[in-house]
Design a protein around this ligand. Structure first.
Ligand code: HAM
Length: 421
């Protein structure tokens, strides 16, 4: 019996992992310049946390959570997203008493039982931020800018940042009521897809971003006339756009972006990359001004986003598992048994000096060892034969120029460091 990865999960092998490391390092650097500190929350939470925050009628809660009972019969869920756990942590650790305004970032796996396809996994990684404790439109603009900068720094091109204004809770309720009436009417209901027929009664806002053509046509025909935003929410959104214009951040306003999680109010946004096909959302977020108080915390505004790293790598063309740059600087190639002991010592010294190196463990011919060095993309091969041991020096071969120089054992680490810079 050979075991395999669970459907919708995958291994990230070393050649691909270097791409992940680059992305994570770039994200950490960027977050630092914007004043974000890292938060790490458990991957398991009480199921109720997501039901209450993401919303009972959402696809995530209805169909996609990995939920189970633990041995103590507690209801547990593998986190499908990061916002709810971070809000829980903000409240549970009383972070507001230290500093009510908190800028937090996270990198980690999320779990959703969706039907796997290209760019859609059951375990996927998000990089996200949550800025909790401010109602300022400058914060929405900054959060959107951070997401755009992040995508730019990852080398993602041709994405569109779509923005929309959902309004406050009252506005959303107003819109929801109007849409419910509209979409449950016999004439319109008859042409909606089966999902939207159900949503029309339970979560009519979701009909707005349905991808089925007949639903899209209905929405485009009737939605334009609906006025639901209050003056405060209109002004807030105008100010967000003003800050984005000021910093020349690119966006388009798309009135059909509603997002699949219930906690959003006011600004919502989504970055999509058309070249990715069906799963083209590479990152998304928005404001959630009622979530903190709904979960038992203070009444305070918040805004955040999460990007999907798996999709970003596909969009940036690095998801193909190509070998990254060389893993080692020096491949140590001993020739003969006596030389092996010396080479083993040299290897330890070089590593001690911070030089990445490896050795042949099998006592093979120089030709085979050169082949291994090539595979590892080593910059240098350090050849140590019995002759070299007697002379007290080793031959350092540059794998690009094929030049070879002899260096005394005492001077090896310094000389190699000088060459690799
Ligand atoms: P979301 O739109 O559900 O938002 O997910 C954000 C991103 O995660 C998506 O745009 C996508 O790139 C990625 N993603 C989602 N599901 C999958 C999947 N099955 N496979 C691969 N990638 C996936 C949230 O999760 C919110 N918590 C974002 C947020 C933070 N809002 C405010 N703060």
């Amino acid at each position: 019996m050979k075991y395999k990865t669970i459907r919708g999960t995958r291994d990230i092998l070393p050649a691909e992992a270097s791409g992940w490391q680059k992305i994570e390092a770039a994200a950490r650097d960027l977050f630092k310049t914007y004043g974000y500190g890292e938060i790490r929350t458990p991957i398991m939470e009480e199921t109720g946390l997501f039901v209450k925050s993401v919303g009972e009628d959402t696809d995530i809660v209805k169909k996609e959570m990995f939920s189970f009972q633990d041995r103590g019969e507690r209801e547990i869920t593998l986190r499908p997203e990061g916002t709810a756990p971070i809000v829980r942590a903000y409240i549970e650790n009383n972070l507001a008493s230290v500093e009510p305004f908190q800028k937090l970032y996270y990198i980690g796996p999320m779990f959703r039982a969706e039907r796997p396809q290209a760019g859609r996994l059951r375990q996927f990684t998000q990089i996200g931020v949550e800025a909790i404790g401010s109602n300022s439109p400058a914060l929405d603009a900054e959060v959107i800018m951070v997401m755009a900068k992040l995508l730019d720094s990852f080398g993602v091109k041709n994405y569109t940042m779509k923005l929309n204004n959902l309004g406050c809770l009252e506005d959303k309720k107003k819109l929801s009521g109007t849409l419910k009436e509209l979409f449950t009417g016999a004439e319109i209901s008859a042409v909606l897809c089966d999902d939207c027929k159900r949503r029309a009664g339970t979560n009519p806002l979701r009909v707005l971003d349905c991808k089925v053509e007949s639903c899209k046509a209905i929405v485009r025909k009737h939605f334009k006339e609906i006025k639901f935003l209050c003056d405060d929410c209109k002004k807030h959104f105008d100010d967000v756009l003003k800050f984005l214009d000021l910093t020349k951040t690119k966006y388009v306003v798309d009135p059909y972006i509603v997002r699949g999680l219930d906690y959003y109010t006011r600004t919502v946004f989504e970055a999509s990359c058309e070249s990715l096909g069906a799963q083209n959302a590479i990152g998304a977020g928005g404001r959630y001004d009622n979530l903190i108080s709904d979960m038992g915390g203070p009444q305070t505004g918040a805004c955040g986003f999460a990007i999907g790293v798996d999709r970003v790598l596909l969009a940036a063309g690095e998801g193909s598992g190509q070998a990254g740059s060389g893993r080692i600087d020096v491949f140590v190639a001993p020739l003969g048994e006596e030389a092996y002991a010396k080479a083993f010592l040299v290897l330890a010294d070089l590593r001690g000096s911070g030089i990445a190196c490896d050795i042949d463990y099998e006592n093979r011919s120089l030709k085979s060892q050169m082949r291994s060095a090539d595979k590892l993309k080593a910059r240098f091969v350090l050849i140590i034969g019995d002759d070299e041991v007697k002379k007290g020096e080793a031959a350092l071969r540059d794998m690009q120029t094929k030049e070879q120089v002899f260096i005394g054992f005492d001077n090896l680490a310094a000389a190699i460091k000088g060459k690799i810079g």
